[in-house]
Design a protein around this ligand. Structure first.
Ligand code: ADP
Ligand code: TMP
Ligand code: MG
Ligand code: ZN
Length: 183
């Protein structure tokens, strides 16, 4: 049996990670191959049983509290998707390895860095396992260049786990990030 392939999509907020994940899902759909999308239950930005891009694309997803919970739902799918992987426990790396050994493809998307420029550990572990890494960029909110690689948080809340959108965060390039954080 051929082993599955692991694809990891990373980048700052608004860089198109969820859109890219949904494009991959469409490829399986067009090929009439079954797939399942999982999301962390903590992500309550939209309806609980769906993932949604900032441009409004959406798909149904199963919300789970622990990454190992995903394995209880897996049956005969050809591909398994995880969005917002930065919010999952680090066991996700082992879960993904086991799924790959079942011959299923795994596509993961999530933030690589917090607004404090710290790597998210679960994303980092997945990057090590990946066959394919896709690093996305956003348009910098400050200078307008297409080189936004980090997220800036403009509300007074130091937590690196803090669900939100335009109400708290924008994407910036590193030069603009440096200027903003030096102020
Ligand atoms: P992510 O999951 O990485 O946050 P999404 O796939 O949900 O990204 O959203 C990408 C969409 O966000 C883009 O197609 C665009 O419509 C919108 N968007 C809003 N702000 C920006 C930005 N600064 N740079 C790029 N896209 C942006
Ligand atoms: P997105 O990448 O799909 O836009 O979603 C990122 C989510 O992660 C969003 O709910 C905000 C949250 N977040 C954090 O919890 N900590 C952070 O440091 C950053 C940048 C985002
Ligand atoms: Mg997203
Ligand atoms: Zn900039």
């Amino acid at each position: 049996m051929a082993q599955g392939k692991i694809t990891v999509i990373v980048g700052p907020m608004y860089s198109g990670k969820t859109s890219e994940l949904l494009s991959y899902a469409e490829i399986y759909k067009l090929g009439k191959k079954r797939y399942q999308i999982f999301k962390p239950i903590i992500d309550n930005r939209y309806r609980l049983q769906e993932i949604r891009s900032h441009s409004g694309m959406k798909e149904s997803a199963i919300p789970i509290a622990h990454s190992a919970d995903a394995e209880r739902y897996i049956t005969d799918e050809k591909a398994i998707f995880f969005d917002e992987v930065q919010f999952f426990d680090r066991d996700l790396a082992d879960v993904v390895k086991r799924i790959r050994h079942l011959g299923k493809d795994v596509i993961c998307a999530g933030l690589d860095m917090s607004f404090k420029e710290n790597p998210f550990e679960t994303t980092a572990l997945l990057l090590c396992l990946a066959d394919v890494v896709i690093k996305k960029r956003a348009v910098c909110h400050e200078c307008g260049e297409y080189n936004g690689i980090i997220t800036y948080k403009y509300v007074d809340n130091e937590s690196e786990i803090d669900v939100g959108g335009f109400d708290k965060y924008f994407a910036v390039c590193l030069d603009c990030y440096h200027k903003l954080t030096q102020q």
